[in-house]
Ligand binder design. Structure first.
Ligand SMILES: Nc1ncnc2c1ncn2[C@@H]1O[C@H](COP(=O)(O)OP(=O)(O)O)[C@@H](O)[C@H]1O
Ligand SMILES: O=c1ccn([C@@H]2O[C@H](COP(=O)(O)OP(=O)(O)O)[C@@H](O)[C@H]2O)c(=O)[nH]1
Length: 238
């Protein structure tokens, strides 16, 4: 395993959590991710996770259907909390300590996120699972993930999603798209490669945070990414 990383931030896309279903959480898939994360934690790696919510609700879709955008985004943020609770519980069941932090205040459900407390929890051996995104409408959980990776002083952000890296175009719609092994922040932003939103890439670039994009359903998963066995793209300085 890469000895270079002491503390990592893992972004788990909500839609990927649904596995083959169009909505909700696929239990086997949740267990598989939880097992990989628990394994890393038990080996002494500090792991923070930001969870998406696209498997439950997306603000943009709600707004398109007539709900006002701010309300729809609040609904989306609540969806990410549901996923965070499910993932943290699954990690605990694998024998690792885990706590949920929320960017939206809800004391009966989760700890309020502060970087100071979350860093302490990481130092104390907890897997820190962050829900609620940035706590603000008009943002995404990718931006929240980049932000929290920087706030928590993580060495790298791993973005687990449906595709196995960054391509020259969206591989879901363009079969001629080619995957990069490494790509600069500048190229991703200037070519508008939309595997994450520009705000997230810009934040990473401005703070020198490397990002590794990989497919969440790869059997070797995040452990494989860190070992260099899983196909992925590294986004970083040139
Ligand atoms: N240049 C690109 N390289 C890789 N994936 C891309 C690119 N452009 C668009 N995508 C799409 O971005 C998606 C990943 O973004 P993500 O935010 O995780 O997805 P979701 O919409 O499920 O939340 C991929 O499933 C892929 O279809
Ligand atoms: O900081 C944030 C993060 C998320 N969201 C809302 O939560 C939804 C789910 O998050 P996202 O789409 O990023 O999840 P993912 O794509 O990872 O499944 C978004 O559509 C937004 O409506 C938000 O308003 N602010």
């Amino acid at each position: 395993m890469s000895p270079a990383y002491k503390r990592i931030l893992l972004k788990v896309s909500g839609e990927a959590l649904a596995g083959d279903k169009s909505f909700g959480i696929e239990t086997d898939f949740l267990q598989a991710i939880a097992k990989q994360v628990a394994q890393l934690a038990q080996q002494g790696m500090q792991v923070a996770i930001v969870v998406g919510g696209g498997n439950i609700f997306r603000g943009m879709a709600g707004a398109a259907d007539g709900t006002d955008r701010v309300t729809a985004d609040l609904m989306g943020m609540l969806g990410t909390i549901i996923n965070a609770l499910a993932l943290s519980n699954a990690i605990s069941r694998q024998g690792a300590k885990s706590k949920v932090y929320s960017a939206v205040t809800m004391p009966a459900v989760a700890e309020n996120f502060t970087a100071r407390e979350a860093k302490q929890a990481l130092d104390d051996g907890y897997v820190v699972v962050c829900g609620g995104g940035t706590g603000n409408p008009f943002f995404t959980t990718d931006t929240a993930a980049a932000l929290k990776a920087i706030e928590l002083e993580c060495d790298v952000m791993l973005k687990g999603t449906k595709v196995d890296g960054v391509y020259t175009a969206d591989p879901m719609t363009d079969p001629s798209a080619e995957r990069y092994d490494t790509v600069s922040y500048e190229e991703v932003i200037s070519r508008d490669l939309r595997v994450m939103d520009t705000a997230a890439f810009a934040l990473a670039r401005d703070n020198g945070l490397p990002i590794i994009v990989y497919a969440l359903d790869d059997k070797a998963g995040v452990v494989g990414v860190l070992n260099g066995d899983t196909r992925s793209t590294r986004v970083g300085p040139v």
